[in-house]
Design a protein around this ligand. Structure first.
Ligand SMILES: NC(=O)c1ccc[n+]([C@@H]2O[C@H](COP(=O)([O-])OP(=O)(O)OC[C@H]3O[C@@H](n4cnc5c(N)ncnc54)[C@H](O)[C@@H]3O)[C@@H](O)[C@H]2O)c1
Length: 679
């Protein structure tokens, strides 16, 4: 199977000189059952490029350990066979795995994740034994599905290094990990960085029974099981009805894949016994009787056909539970809404996040579903926001953060390296406007989940049907960037890793940029048979000088952090912590000790003799448009230059080469050069 265009976009982070966010790590996973080997494989994939990194996998049973190692090797072999990893990486991955039955081997780990048992007493014994061998600085995570951190860490020698790190199936590739913090600020930062280095996306939750996702998920599974137990529908009907409406594969298919019936019973008990518990949380008996045997008999499947009336009965019940439990999480501040929406899409696999699904239902319908469910189910609590019909407002792909008088606009699309879709761009705009209007905010940092910005959303660009629509997308975006450039409050971009295409262009609309040493800056549009359309052809030369920009734009060559600083694209020197650097720069500017300014909009002098540039395999037809746009645009002011650029972008759509370039990217990813026809 080929990687999807989205996977390609995410993989851009692994391109370019200097790598991205790399360092040697020695980590351990305790438990080689259902989830331990998957976690170990995920960690190995993230660490394999750094020679010397190791992942220990520990179990008390030799058979379990052997089976885990075999599973990991199988994943590696599959990855190589499907072309997702190289044979060299496959071999390095195997070599970095260290199976063991001896806890002492974990002595040099800087992080250990316990994924051995959901029994509190066993977790506590493992923790006690582990603390005897690891150094006091070793961080410890617990992959518990529902046990609050306070119970696990109680009595630990160093409770401050104990965190809940709750992963999701399939753990080798599912990005989110719920984090319950120990409250120690320094270790908390280290834990977040550790999880990111291990290729996962940390999502903070409060220390409550089942955290955020498993509260929603287990109640969803339990309600589906009740529907079957009551003889209303069979598992195949429930799966089909639910999957057709909101995706996610259907509750029983998921249970068959994860063998999670008994774990669900355990979580229901935790929620029932919690302070917020009621008898409604009691798991239906059928989950226990089913045990870990599958709901679906593949040889003798249930009939999934059904009428609309049945679909309505099933969906009304399922949606009532999903909506109510999602809003329980929101109303009790268990998880930040934008992250919760992302989590429910990524971890639970629904086609949209549950806050989006609730928003689409509308406040009236959501309230009606929950109220009518509550009438029929004693102990079911309708959350306040649903009762009062006041749905939470949130942005899907951008977060606004406030820290004293500094605001941060953070693009949050970790699964696609923070690619800038049209929705993301409009959310950046509204976030900037919100902070601009906030009198308490004196300066703004523009950044992303991890500082990278992979560029415009390629899927969206490829789907633009006509030159007119290509022009429109540029003309809609330019004023947003002009708005940022013209803001009276200082706006500083904080960047690391790949900052490409539209990501680089948005950064250039800010008043300054602070970059980490691992920056990979580029305008790779010509590789895709297009030209930059969000101001790159006009702002880049005005920032770094004509000659360098002329070559960079036409060849797609990238630049590192030192070069970006030397050429004036970035401010000062590369900074290991660009967000902190951006805040410092804002403060210096506000104190009158630093000068920052948007790109100078005046026309720019163009050398009389143009430099010769070897454009390699790239399209002559696109290059001709690009050169025309650069030369005519720079001869005028920035505003007019941007219009010339929008026209040029539209002209690309009329070439054969744009189709070839885009098609090649979607098919083969960024590493295979497109075979342009120069037409
Ligand atoms: N299975 C999932 O999809 C999933 C998802 C998220 C979280 N979790 C959590 O991960 C943990 C493990 O779940 P699982 O489903 O993999 O369990 P499992 O029963 O499949 O595997 C547990 C493994 O741990 C080993 N083990 C038991 N005691 C041990 C000890 N003292 N030291 C070392 N190894 C020991 C067992 O031999 C077994 O191989 C649980 O806390 C669970 O809630 C599981």
């Amino acid at each position: 199977m080929r990687p999807s265009a989205q996977e390609f976009q995410a993989s851009l982070g692994r391109l370019g000189p200097g790598g991205y966010g790399r360092r040697i790590m020695i980590v351990g996973v305790i438990g080689s059952g259902s989830i331990g080997p998957d976690l170990a494989y995920g960690f190995l994939s993230a660490l394999v490029r750094e020679k010397g990194s190791k992942v220990y996998l520990l179990d008390i049973k030799q058979e379990a350990l052997d089976a885990g190692v075999e599973r990991i090797r199988g994943y590696g072999r599959k990855g190589v066979a499907r072309g997702k990893i190289s044979a060299k990486a496959g071999a390095a991955l195997e070599a970095a795995l260290v199976p063991t039955m001896d806890m002492k081997d974990l002595a040099d780990c800087e992080y250990v994740l316990e994924a051995a048992s959901e029994e509190l007493s066993i977790k506590k014994i493992i923790l006690k034994n582990l603390e005897e061998v690891v150094s006091p600085t070793c961080l410890i995570g617990f992959a518990t599905s529902g046990l609050p951190r306070k119970y696990i860490a109680e009595g630990a020698k160093h409770p401050e290094r104990c965190f809940v790190n709750h992963p999701f199936f399939p753990a080798w590739r599912s990005p989110p990990i719920e984090i319950v913090s120990s409250g120690d600020e320094v270790l908390d930062i280290r834990m977040m960085k550790t999880i990111k280095h291990l290729g996962k996306v940390p999502v903070r939750t409060a220390d409550v029974e089942c955290f955020a996702a498993d509260d929603i998920f287990c109640n969803y599974i339990s309600e589906a099981a009740r529907i079957v137990e009551e003889g209303i529908a069979n598992p195949a009907q429930v799966d089909k009805i639910v999957n057709d409406a909101i995706g996610g594969g259907g509750p029983f298919n998921v249970m068959d894949a994860t063998q999670g019936n008994l774990l669900t019973v355990h979580c229901q008990q935790l929620m029932q016994e919690a302070e917020t518990g009621t008898p409604w949380f009691k798991a239906p008996k059928i989950l226990t009787t089913q045990g870990n045997s599958p709901w679906h008999d593949r040889k003798n499947p249930h009939d999934a056909s059904h009428d609309e009336a049945l679909a309505k009965v099933v969906l009304d019940r399922i949606l009532a539970v999903l909506v109510a439990r999602t809003y329980f999480v929101v109303d009790n501040d268990i998880c930040e809404p934008a992250e919760l929406n992302w989590l429910t899409r990524m971890a639970l696999g629904f086609s949209k996040g549950l806050l989006e699904i609730t928003e689409e239902l509308g406040a009236d319908k959501a309230a009606a579903l929950c109220e009518s469910f509550a009438k029929a189910h004693e102990g079911f609590v309708v959350p306040k926001s649903i009762k009062e019909k006041s749905l939470v407002s949130f942005r899907r792909n951008v977060k606004v953060e406030r820290n004293g008088d500094i605001g941060t606009v953070r693009v949050w699309r970790p699964e696609v390296m923070n690619a800038l879709s049209a929705l993301t761009i409009s959310e950046i705009h509204s976030a900037m406007v919100e902070l601009e209007a906030d009198a308490d905010i004196k300066g703004i940092v523009f950044t992303s989940y991890n500082g990278s910005l992979a560029g415009a959303d390629i899927m969206e660009l490829a789907a633009l049907p006509t030159p007119g629509e290509c022009r429109d997308i540029c003309l809609k975006t330019h004023p947003i960037m002009q708005h940022i450039a013209g803001m009276a409050k200082p706006v500083v971009a904080a960047l690391r890793g790949p900052v490409l295409g539209g990501g680089a262009e948005f950064s250039m609309a800010c008043h300054a940029r602070i970059v980490a040493p691992d920056l990979v800056l580029g305008q790779p549009e010509v590789n895709l048979g297009i030209i930059p359309g969000y101001g790159g052809t006009q702002r880049l030369p005005r920032l770094i000088g004509f000659e360098r920009a002329y070559s960079m734009l036409r060849t797609a060559e990238s630049m590192n952090a030192t070069q970006a600083c030397e050429l004036g694209w970035a401010h000062g020197e590369p900074d290991a912590d660009p967000e902190a650097g951006a805040v410092r720069l804002i403060r210096d500017y506000l104190a009158g000790n630093a000068k920052i300014a948007p790109v100078n909009p005046e026309p720019m002098a163009i050398p009389t003799t143009l430099p010769t540039v070897d454009i390699g395999h790239r399209s002559l037809a696109i290059d001709k448009i690009l050169v025309d746009v650069i030369l005519r645009g720079l001869a005028t002011n920035l505003g007019d230059g941007l219009e010339i650029e929008a026209d040029g972008f539209a002209r690309c759509k009329a070439t054969v080469d744009m189709n070839i370039g885009m098609g090649n990217f979607m098919q083969n990813g960024p590493r295979v050069p497109a075979e342009f026809l120069n037409e």
